[in-house]
Design a protein around this ligand. Structure first.
Ligand code: ZN
Length: 356
């Protein structure tokens, strides 16, 4: 896989202003024609984390298409439609409005009614905010299905997917599944545990420099559970040390990686300023996918959230399916000591048929 180490500047990157910003206009861009979907978001006072996440979601074309086409209206649950409706308004303003700068105030009020912490003028965690937004959109847009909890018995246990009886545009785009194999180190009895995810938090294995693949290898390598983490082995009927390994048993269309830049050392929290290299296209997750489900998906970079001090800012670009103006295109490759959240989207044209 290509790992770009030169030409690493991303074209679009905006720093977060902490203060209330009525409508920031970059002088260099003032005379440029307005490009669809390339829209600034007003800072409502330390809402950089919110704006960064909204910009990311505004770069995920199937999600934008779902809201702009009005498909969401049919799926709306009447009792919790406020956040989803406000989200649709923001997406519409950002993509179809005439203004270079949109206010996310209505969206913030809708979410703030449910979670007052987002009405405070203090910085919040961008990753946590993303989880809240995705959860609320899922709750508002989910549909129930009468289906069994697991796939057919003909599929090996380790690879059976949990089939949720609720689905939404959010689960269809973002939901994946990890399968953990847990082997007792005494009797070698193996059990499996499945876990649904929308974001994977990756450890950073170096203080100075590493690649995203290094972070992935670290996350997916076999781990040994000892001391307080021992498992109760049903075969030995006692607590035992165990070897655990995770694989991806359901590959999401859009995969979000959170890079764990904050490290706890005793009572101190420190930030890892590691430079992390990542490819802009053709991210290959095949080595981490359960073999029976290997489709060799390749992902293209869709959006990045960077942390400047405690504040997130946003860089974003376009994959092949984005249809965005050329000035927001990525150039070179990714390398940054500030990235905290990266979002990749499957390049559907690159999907190859199942090999097994
Ligand atoms: Zn055992």
């Amino acid at each position: 896989m290509a790992d770009f180490r030169t030409g690493t500047e991303l074209v679009t990157s905006s720093e977060c202003a902490d203060h209330y910003d009525p409508c920031p206009v970059n002088e260099a861009e003032e005379n440029q024609p307005h490009l669809q979907g390339v829209t600034g978001l007003r800072n409502l006072g330390n809402t950089c984390y919110m704006n960064a996440i909204l910009q990311c979601l505004c770069s995920i074309s199937p999600l934008v298409e779902y809201f702009l086409s009005g498909k969401y209206i049919n799926a709306l649950q009447k009792d919790c439609s406020e956040v989803a409706t406000a989200f649709a308004y923001v997406m519409t303003d950002m993509w179809l409005g005439d203004s270079d700068c949109v206010s996310p105030e209505i969206f913030r009020s809708a979410l703030g009614n449910l979670y007052p912490v987002f009405m405070k003028k203090t910085q919040q965690d961008a990753q946590e905010f993303l989880i809240y937004v995705l959860n609320e959109l899922h709750e508002a847009l989910k549909k129930y299905h009468q289906r069994k909890a697991y796939e057919k018995r003909s599929i090996p246990r380790c690879c059976r997917k949990m089939i949720a009886n609720e689905s939404s545009i959010i689960t269809r785009l973002f939901e994946g599944q990890l399968s953990y194999s847990i082997v007792c180190l005494k009797c070698e009895n193996c059990t499996y545990k499945n876990e649904v995810f929308t974001i994977i938090s990756l450890p950073i294995p170096s203080e100075y420099e590493c690649s995203l693949q290094d972070c992935l290898q670290c996350f997916f390598q076999q781990d040994t559970l000892t001391w307080n983490n021992q498992i109760h082995c049903s075969f030995c009927e006692t607590k035992q040390e165990a070897a655990v390994r995770a694989t991806i048993s359901k590959v999401p269309k859009t995969i979000v990686f959170h890079l764990k830049r904050f490290d706890i050392l005793g009572t101190m929290k420190r930030k890892l300023r590691t430079d992390i290299h990542y490819p802009l296209t053709n991210l290959d997750l095949t080595p981490y996918i359960c073999p029976i489900f290997r489709k060799h998906p390749k992902y293209n970079l869709c959006a990045v959230v960077e942390l400047s001090g405690w504040n997130p800012s946003i860089s974003r670009g376009q994959g092949e399916t984005d249809g965005r103006g050329s000035h927001s295109r990525w150039t070179g490759g990714g390398l940054t000591s500030r990235t905290t959240l990266v979002i990749w989207m499957v390049a559907t044209t690159l999907l190859s048929p199942r090999t097994q």
